[in-house]
Design a protein around this ligand. Sequence first.
Ligand SMILES: Nc1nc2c(c(=O)[nH]1)N[C@H]1C(S)=C(S)[C@@H](COP(=O)(O)O)O[C@H]1N2
Ligand SMILES: [Mo]
Length: 364
Amino acid sequence: MDDVVPAFDPEEAYRRAIEAGLIVHRADPLNAETPLPALVGGVVTPSAQFYVRNHFQIPMLDASAWRLDVRGLVERPLSLSLHDLQNMHSETLVVTLECAGNGRAGFDPPIAGEQWNLGAVSTAEWTGVPLVEVLDRAGIGAKAREVVFRGADSGTVAGRTDDVRYERSLKLDDATGSEALLVHTMNGEMLPVRHGYPLRVVVPDWYGMTSVKWLTEIELIDGEFSGHFQADTYVYEREQDGHVVREPVTLQQVRSLIIEPKADREVTRGELTIRGVAWSGAAPIARVEVRIGDDPWQEVQLVGERHGHSWQWWELITRVDRPGPTVVRARATDLAGRTQLEEPQWNRLGYGNNTIQKVSVYAK
Ligand SMILES: Nc1nc2c(c(=O)[nH]1)N[C@H]1C(S)=C(S)[C@@H](COP(=O)(O)O)O[C@H]1N2
Ligand SMILES: [Mo]
C-alpha cells in the first residue's frame, strides 16, 4: 500500500461540516466538534453531527480495489475484500467515542493542539466483524504480543523526518479481550468517508485514537510498537518530584455533560429540568449528581438501562428560586469508584480533561 491515495476535497469536507452545524476548529485537515444541543433526543448522534478528528487529509479509498491485509506473526496471512468482510458474521454495538483531547481548551496554562471544548464526543451504532474473528481466522502466532492497526492516511509530523502513517497498536490481551469491531456500517448506513470508509476499527471504552479509520492493514508484532501516535503522542506526561512521568492514554475517563439548560441562558425561576449524558470507559455509570450554586449535591435519575459501552442519559427535576446568576455543576461516578474533580489534571499534551463541567445560567 505504498501508492499515493487521493484525498477527499478538503473544501467539500469543510462545507459539509458547516452545513451540518458542526463547530469547526480546523478546516484542513478537518477537525470539528459536535454542538452539544445536537445530542438532545436520543442516545445515538446522527452521523452528520458526529465529531470529526483527523490528523491528515481524508483518504478516498476505492472499495473495489481496497483490501484488509492481516499479516506479521500469524499462521495464515489474509487479504480480505470488503465483500469478504460483509459476508462474515457481524455484530452491532452502541459505542461512545471520545477524543482524548476533548476539553483541552479548559487547561490553564493553555496547551497547543486542537482547542476542543466539550463536543469531541459522540455516540453511534456500529456494525462490523468482531476483531477476534478475523484474528482467529488468521491464527495468532505464538510470538505475537501486539496488534498494529494501519490507516491509509499519512503525512508529516513534528519530530519525525519520514512520512508517517496513522497507526496505533493494542496489546494482544487488550485486542482479544475487547469487543472491538471492524466496522463497515455506522448508524445503519455505509460508513461515511470522513469516519473511515470503507473500514475502521471501533474499540469500545478506549479514547478515540485507538479506533483507526481507513484501515488497510493489521499486523501482529512481537515487540512494543513505537509509531508516532503511540510513543510521541497520546501519552499523559507530567512532572512528579522533579522528573517526567509518562503513562499511555487508554480508557475514557468518567465524565458527565450538561446538555440542558444551555450555557449562558436565562431560565425561569421555579421548576427546572436539568438533563445530560454520562459515560466512563472503566465501568458503567453508578451515579450522577448535580449542584446548583452552593446548594448540596443532588443525585439525578439515570434514564433507561445501564449501557455497556455508551453514554447514558440522566435527568433531574429541581427548583431554582433565587433570582440572578447561578452555576450548575454535574459530577459522574462509575461503578469502579472513579469520579470527576473540580480542577483539571494538567498534562503536557492536554489529554483526559474530565473536570466537572460548570454551566452558568441566569434565573429571572
Ligand atoms: N486513520 C486515522 N484514524 C484515526 C484518526 C486519524 O487521524 N486517522 N484519528 C483518531 C482520533 S484521535 C479520534 S478521536 C477518532 C475520531 O473518529 P471520528 O473522526 O470518526 O469521530 O479517530 C481516530 N482514528
Ligand atoms: Mo482523538
